[in-house]
Design a protein around this ligand. Sequence first.
Ligand code: SF4
Length: 305
Amino acid sequence: MLMRIINYTNVCVAQCDYCAFYKLPTQEGGYVLSQEQVFTKLDELLALGGDLAAFNGGFNPHLPLSYYCELFSAIRARYGDRLEFYALTIAEFLYLADHAKLTLAEAAQQLKAAGVRWITGGGSEILTEAFRKRHAKFKYTVAAYFEAQRAILEAGLRTTATMVIGFDETIDERLEHLERTRAFQDKVLAEIPGTRGLESFLCWTYKPYFTQIGGIEISTAEYLRHLALARIYLDNIPRIRTSVLTQNENALNGLLYGADDFDLPIEDEVTQKAGATISLDFEKILAYARTLGFNPTYRSVLAAC
Ligand code: SF4
C-alpha cells in the first residue's frame, strides 16, 4: 500500500511522555488542518499513486464531533471510492465519544453515517494497565480500549490491531499485549455475527528522539524476532504488517520473519517528530524486497482483503 498519515491537529491534552508531537492547548505551535488543507494532502497522495490515508491527531478539546463528521463526509463526497481512509485511531475515538458525551455505539454510528468505514487500532502502544499508568495515564485504560474496539466492530466498521515496542516495556508486557489481542480476536469472531475482526496486525518501533522519556532505539534484529513471534502466536489474524515507517528498508526483512504486508508512507508527523525518516524513493525500497526474493504487488484497501 502507499499511504499518507494526515495529522489533522497536534493539539492534545493526553500528555503521553513518549510523544514528541503534541502541543498543549495553551502552547504556541498548535494547529488544526482545514478541509482544504486535507484535500491538498489527499490530492498529492493520489498523484503519487496512493489510495489510502490515515487520520491521526491529538485529543483536541476544541474540536467538536461535527469537525470530524463534516471532514469525513466532505472527503467521501469529493473522492468517492478513489481513495479509502482510516478515520481516527481507537484512542482518538474514545476521547471523541467521551468529549461529545455519546456512548461508544452512538459515536460509531455518527461516524459511520458520515462515511467512515475504518477506525483502526492505532494508539495502542503497549496494552497493559501498568504501561498505561507509567506513560499515558490520561489516554485510556486497556479495558476501555477493547470496549471501544468492540463497539466499532458491532457498528459494522472495520479495524486493525497495532503495537509499538522499544519503550521500557518488559518482555512480559509484550506478551500480555499479544495475549490480549489474540483473546479479543477469538471473542469477537465468536460473538459478533459477520465481523472480520482484526484484519491485520502492525507492529512498529518507538522513536525516542525529542521525547520526554528519551531512550535508545531497539535493534532491527529484536524487531524482526518480535514480528516472527507475532506471526506464530496471532494465528487468528490474517495479515502481519512490517513497518517501513520506522525501520525503512530494513522492514522488508520482516517478510522473511512472517510478515506478508507493508505500506510505503509518504508522511507521518508524529513519528517524524520523534526521529523517523521517510524516503519517497519507492522503487529503491521495492528493489530491496526483490533482492530478498519477493515480488511485491500493490494491495488496495479498497479491494476486498
Ligand atoms: S501520543 Fe497521541 S494521545 Fe499521546 S500525547 Fe501524543 S498525540 Fe496525544
